[in-house]
Design a protein around this ligand. Structure first.
Ligand code: NBP
Length: 475
């Protein structure tokens, strides 16, 4: 029998995607650089479906029906290039090479262009959902040609998560579009996690609640508008008791957050595109700061607030924090979607944000009820310039803003760091401001560098003769 698809790279993600494909009735040819992984997969899970075990790339390619579909699930970076170099010469025009790893979208663009010359469709597909998602239904974000999606889409939609019967997989756009949106997805994930962590910290320090009590708070929040995978697992983590100490696990975990790089890429690219993704940036910086043992040790003795009024935080703080979290989350997602819009415009991808919100409702780490609201906002006749101004979100922010301000003010008063909450509020207030102090910055720039400024009342560029008689001249 000929296999419908081949999977090369059988570490946790590749093996689980291969099993998912086989469980959906596809014959899957499987290959790994070190054959022991292939053997282990067949021994442990061969009974789950039809697998063809292959020892070499040649065998894998020979096992496939045409046009061939080969899914690469190896470590991103040089390993992916090595695997492409191995497989490309074995393929024919019309065949498809799919990279399901966490590649940088610029690498995907480069690889797609090179393989296109050979007539091979290169598909950079973002896959979210971790190990479990790969096995039970991930959210899949494939880029590449529309033609390749015709041949590949049905199979990917088959194994993707489903929400209301709709698969969490859609063609995102040409070349690097899929990996770009996966990158921003991860950036949003960083922001969302940071905001949840700040909410936990505020309630722990501000109200003195225990992790177990806070697990109940997050579990309750998960029943409402915040309902999401990340809130759900937060409750689970907070409830976990450490076997060694008998105390909360969260108290014995070292407070240094690590990162693999997609959040950092999101911010780097946002800087290049000129998109203010301050919420994502603060989340990346907060992780970085947490790891700076040297800076933290050197600053540990610095004073906190000298006088914290006793009983200044009451029961109503819980609801204030919930609303502040929701409002900040809206900002983080709005910024992420802005970045996707900017990337799409820059590279001519024509990404449909509503379709993206749809496929993020299930399978992926940022899955949330809230994404249905984003989908609705982008499917409305009046496309929002910013999600903040879309009717549902504008109303949610209106309802939340007093709480949001109280929480950020209280955090400053108590000396609890809330970089995510406060940058989100600053973004909101900056966007809605009638006038920004950017006018003064333009004045300063003109003073020291004759950079000129524009006026609100006349066309043209102007310069004040700062070191002369301080009259204004047209530049
Ligand atoms: P890893 O990222 O740990 O990669 C291990 C695989 O890469 C093994 O199959 C290994 O083969 C293969 N490999 C390496 Br390393 N160098 C190779 C080379 N030069 N030639 C051929 N094969 C090579 O696996 P993973 O955690 O399953 O992730 C796979 C991809 O999926 C990554 O890009 C990852 O970023 C992405 N991803 C992961 C997750 C997650 O939750 N883990 C989620 C979403 C996406 P070997 O067995 O011979 O060493």
């Amino acid at each position: 029998t000929q296999a419908q698809i081949g999977v090369t790279g059988l570490a946790v993600m590749g093996a689980n995607l291969a099993r998912n494909l086989a469980r959906h009735g596809h014959t899957v040819a499987v290959h790994n650089r070190s054959h022991h992984r292939t053997k282990a997969l067949i021994e442990e899970h061969g009974h789950e479906g039809d697998f063809v075990a292959c020892e070499t790339p040649e065998e894998l390619v020979a096992a496939l029906e045409r046009p061939r579909r080969v899914l690469i699930m190896v470590k991103a970076g040089a390993p992916t290039d090595a695997v492409i170099e191995e497989f490309a010469p074995l393929l024919e025009p019309g065949d498809m090479l799919v990279d399901g790893g966490n590649a940088h979208f610029a690498d995907t663009r480069r690889r797609e262009a090179a393989l296109r010359e050979q007539g091979i469709h290169f598909v950079g597909a973002g896959v979210s959902g971790g190990e479990e998602g790969a096995l039970l239904g991930p959210s899949i974000m494939p880029g590449g040609s529309a033609e390749s999606y015709e041949a590949l889409g049905p199979m990917l939609e088959d194994i993707a998560a489903k929400v209301d019967g709709v698969p969490c997989c859609t063609h995102i756009g040409p070349d690097g579009a899929g990996h770009f949106v996966k990158m921003v997805h991860n950036g949003i994930e960083y922001a969302d996690m940071q905001l949840i962590a700040e909410a936990y910290d505020l309630l722990r320090q501000g109200l003195g609640r225990s992790p177990a009590e806070l697990a109940d708070v997050f579990a309750a929040w998960n029943e409402g508008e915040l309902s999401s995978y990340l809130i759900e697992i937060t409750a689970e983590v907070l409830r976990q008791v450490d076997a060694a100490t008998g105390g909360p696990l969260v108290d014995v975990i070292a407070d240094r957050a690590e990162q693999k790089g997609t959040g950092r890429w999101t911010v780097q690219i946002a800087l290049d595109l000129g998109v203010p993704v301050s919420g994502i940036a603060e989340a990346v910086f907060a992780r970085s700061l947490s790891g700076h043992a040297d800076l933290r040790a050197a600053a540990r003795g610095l004073p906190g607030p000298s006088r914290v009024p006793a009983g200044s935080v009451g029961e109503e703080f819980v609801e204030d924090v919930r609303r502040a979290l929701y409002a900040s989350k809206i900002v983080a997602y709005a910024q992420g979607f802005d970045q996707i819009g900017a990337g799409s415009a820059e590279y001519g991808w024509d990404v449909d944000p509503g379709a993206l919100a749809t496929i993020w409702r299930g399978g992926c780490i940022i899955r949330a009820v809230f994404l249905d609201r984003i989908r609705e906002a982008y499917e409305a006749e009046d496309k929002p310039v910013t999600l903040l101004a879309a009717p549902y979100f504008a109303e949610a922010l209106t309802l939340a803003q007093d709480s949001w301000r109280r929480v950020v003010a209280k955090a400053a008063e108590l000396g609890i760091p809330v970089p995510g909450f406060s940058t989100a509020l600053a973004y909101y207030d900056s966007l809605r401001a009638e006038r920004l102090p950017a006018a003064l910055i333009q004045g300063q720039r003109d003073f020291f560098g004759a950079h000129t400024y524009q006026r609100v009342d006349r066309e043209g560029s102007f310069h004040t003769l700062w070191s002369g008689d301080r009259t204004e001249v047209e530049a």
